[in-house]
Design a protein around this ligand. Structure first.
Ligand code: ARG
Length: 589
């Protein structure tokens, strides 16, 4: 593993050193290096520094220029405007840096973090005996991308799927199963997700009807909740059947999403059951929570209802039951104490933001969170229909996740099929690529806007070949792979001695920023910035194709090799970036 500093960071360092050399008294100053339209980079930091020191900025800029080391990095540097530095790098430096990246395998010269921490990420958390919908899509897709990205940076990542598998609603379901033991058929050859969900649905509906119409069944259901919470083995065994059946269904959906979820990482609400009492006791003893109208509550100065009265976080209800908050607080204790987390990340709908605000604040008051152990909600917005309202079926019901994925794959397969003959794809490849394009389209649409914003679910746009879509990126990748296949004996090879065309430089400088972008994405939990980077990369590639022929008899052999080298590194960067977003890049499209 070879860490390759980016050109920008090397330049930044040289400028900072030159600033210190020119002005020994100034201390460390940031040269504020940015990409620029006029040159490769512009340094704007001298202006502020000159102001601070009451000096002449243009003069200071010249001094800094003079203090820069001689070497192969900078081709041209000029003082412009009131005291900016415009800097152009040598073509040699660009190609040599990229060659070092290319020699570093999948990591592309991006070093892992020097001091990784442990992040527990809570994502992909559907609910037992319930269908998954578009909200669960977002948590799964964004969460999975963050897992991959954080792991790539070297962070220790622990996954937690906080499924809804506990609570009073199970009393009704379990009681029904006691009375109709054969209703929930599972296992055997029928163990496919759809079958599992439809049997769960059947039981759910039938038990609901009984619960609403039969007072005695209602009473038996209530007793069943008590038995469940008391850990009665027979009751637990029936509960387990619901969980198992639901998992068959979850896995079938995650599989459709082309996403790996591991059983030991599924630790649902029930997993913290044994801690609830202790959590409440600690909160009460430390005075973080107080009794109010029989319930155990935590109050906040800034959380008030419409009537102006404070709205508490209820950790234990008046009837003695524990709710969502008690579970989440116990989960925090577990994740901090047992999993040794220093960061807790929650990929959860923005509509739960108040809940998490209160839970985190409570945990801070209790000392479970502090300056060394932080929690953050990566909140996401709502998926909207074309009408701009929350996405619903034509009948007004929530959209089932499987249906939505099936339709995306169907559309994408049609798109793939249109070009299939020209590319020479077999039927098998059409089906496989259709799946990767369809699922990729859905994931990319979700990941390419900032998470907290709502977005419109528009399949036509998502599978469009033009514009900011995954298909566009997948085609960019496949096109490079096709060029590399056609290259015959010519192999990619870096030639630092060559002059680069403007489109080659632009592509090269963008390639060099991969690591810096990933760092920013990981720091701020912003996968949409990786999507934007990859889209820009594909756009640079398109311009490069317009202006530079790769395989042309008119090109000298070194030019062909150097261009093959550039596109090959572009392909690898696209592949790695897409992989981190959970999206496949088929070899031929
Ligand atoms: N199961 C919940 C839902 O479907 C999401 C759980 C989020 N995670 C948590 N620790 N509360 O809305």
């Amino acid at each position: 593993m070879a860490s390759v500093p980016s050109l920008a960071s090397t330049l930044q360092q040289q400028l900072a050193d030159a600033l210190t050399a020119a002005l020994p008294d100034a201390g460390t100053a940031d040269p504020l290096l940015r990409r620029s339209d006029r040159a490769d980079f512009q340094a704007n930091g001298i202006l502020a520094l000159a102001k601070k020191l009451k000096g002449n900025p243009r003069e200071l800029a010249s001094q800094v220029t003079a203090a820069l080391p001689a070497g192969d990095l900078i081709k041209d540097i000029e003082v412009s405007g009131p005291g900016f530095l415009n800097i152009t790098l040598t073509d040699r430096a660009i190609v040599e840096t990229l060659a070092a990246r290319a020699a570093d395998g999948d990591r592309l010269g991006v070093p892992p973090k020097a001091a990784p921490g442990t992040t527990v990420i809570d994502y992909a958390q559907p609910n037992v005996a319930k269908e998954m919908h578009v909200g669960h899509l977002r948590s799964a897709v964004i969460g999975d991308a963050m897992v991959q990205i954080l792991e790539f940076t070297g962070e220790n990542v622990v996954r937690r799927h906080h499924i809804g598998d506990w609570g009073t609603q199970f009393g009704m379901l379990i009681q029904y199963l006691f009375e109709h033991p054969d209703e929930l058929r599972h296992g055997g050859d029928q163990a496919d997700g759809e079958a599992a969900m439809s049997s769960l649905n059947r039981v759910y509906k039938a038990s609901r009807v009984l619960f609403d119409s039969d007072e005695e069944f209602k009473a038996r259901s209530r007793d069943r909740v008590v038995a469940l919470q008391a850990g009665d083995p027979e009751t637990l065994a029936h509960w387990q059947r619901f969980v198992d059946e639901s998992k068959i269904y979850f896995y079938s959906v995650f599989d459709k999403l082309d996403m790996e979820i591991d059983d030991p990482d599924i630790v649902g609400e029930s997993g913290y059951n044994d801690m609830l009492e202790e959590t409440c006791r600690i909160l009460e003893e430390t005075g973080v929570a107080v009794r109010s109208e029989g319930a155990l509550c935590v109050f906040f100065d800034d959380v008030k209802g419409p009537d102006g009265n404070p709205v508490p976080l209820i950790v234990k209800k008046t009837n003695g039951g524990y709710g969502y908050a008690a579970t989440d607080l116990s989960a925090i204790r577990d994740r901090v104490r047992n999993l040794k987390a220093d960061t807790l990340l929650y990929v959860v709908d923005a509509r739960q933001s108040l809940h998490f605000k209160m839970v985190f604040e409570t945990a801070r008051r209790a000392g479970w969170l502090n300056d060394d152990v932080k929690a953050h909600q990566l909140a996401f917005g709502t998926v909207l229909g074309k009408d701009g309202k929350p996405f619903k079926t034509r009948e007004g019901t929530t959209v089932r996740l499987e249906d939505l994925l099936d339709e995306a794959v169907e559309r994408a397969t049609a798109v793939v099929r249109e070009k299939a003959e020209k590319v020479g794809l077999s039927e098998e490849e059409i089906v496989e690529n259709g799946r990767y394009v369809g699922v990729g389209a859905v994931k990319y649409a979700d990941l390419s806007t900032s998470a907290v914003r709502d977005y419109k679910f528009d399949l036509d746009q998502m599978v469009s070949l033009n514009g900011d879509t995954s298909v566009y990126l997948q085609y960019a990748y496949a096109r490079i792979r096709s060029i590399l296949r056609k290259a015959g004996d010519a192999k990619p090879a870096a030639h630092p001695e060559l002059d680069l065309a403007p489109a080659e430089r632009a592509l090269g400088l963008h390639l060099d920023q991969f690591g810096a972008v990933l760092e920013e994405v990981a720091e701020g939990y912003e996968p949409h910035k990786l999507a934007a980077y990859l889209y820009q990369l594909a756009s640079h590639l398109t311009t490069f194709y317009d202006q530079c022929q790769v395989l042309s008899d008119e090109n000298p052999a070194e030019v062909v090799e150097n261009r093959l080298f550039l596109v090959e590194l572009t392909a690898r960067t696209l592949h790695q970036g897409m992989k981190l977003l959970g999206i496949r890049t088929p070899e031929r499209l």
